[in-house]
Design a protein around this ligand. Structure first.
Ligand code: ZN
Length: 189
């Protein structure tokens, strides 16, 4: 299992470097994408991961199918139930992401991080964002996000700029998984 880099490691405080679009298809970058996917999948509560979280200072983040299921739930109001019979969405890969838009409307949302176990706090995030990036095949795309997805885009972009949610969170508290009420859900990225 790939370890997730924890707070205190300098790689989390580095400004990650851009990738040449021509290098996206290289075995080196494809292996990093695979490693990120494996590391994210191993974290049951993980909704996204940035490359520095596996020790790689490059501008890449991956959004889990779990986040896509929650997004769908937010849009439709139908609870996301990822039983084996439910078709999982594919993870979304963002290479050299740029935030194009942030809504003026912001809200305080609970946040955690796979690299800052087990702290939680509230962070002021734009409710809507739009991000442009390259996908794993080197194709350029733009993706809009509301709610959790918008929060993820902002949290992951912060990682690529060496920032952690604890830098600006309020009401930070430590909550261990065994203390969570049954059915409670806290997402991490
Ligand atoms: Zn994080």
């Amino acid at each position: 299992m790939l370890d997730i880099v924890q707070n205190g490691d300098p790689v989390l405080r580095t400004t990650a470097a851009e990738i040449l679009p021509a290098d996206i298809s290289s075995p080196k970058i494809q292996k990093i994408l695979n490693d990120m996917t494996v590391a994210l999948e191993a974290q049951e509560d993980g909704v996204a991961i940035a490359a520095p979280q596996i020790g790689v200072p490059l501008r890449i983040f991956v959004v889990s199918h779990r986040a896509l299921a929650i997004e769908k739930e937010e849009e439709t109001g139908i609870p996301a139930d990822e039983t084996p019979s439910t078709k999982k969405s594919k993870n979304l890969v963002f290479i050299n992401p740029e935030i194009l838009k942030l809504s003026k409307k912001r809200h305080w949302v609970p946040e955690g991080c796979l690299s800052v176990r087990w702290l939680y706090g509230k962070v002021l995030r734009a409710e809507k964002t739009s991000v442009r990036a390259y996908d794993e095949t080197g194709k350029r795309f733009t993706r809009n996000g509301n709610g959790l997805m918008a929060q993820i885009f902002q949290h992951e972009t912060d990682h690529l700029n060496g920032a952690l949610f604890i830098d600006k969170a309020r009401g930070i508290e430590e909550i261990h998984p065994e203390d969570l009420r049954e059915g409670a859900r806290l997402s991490h990225d």
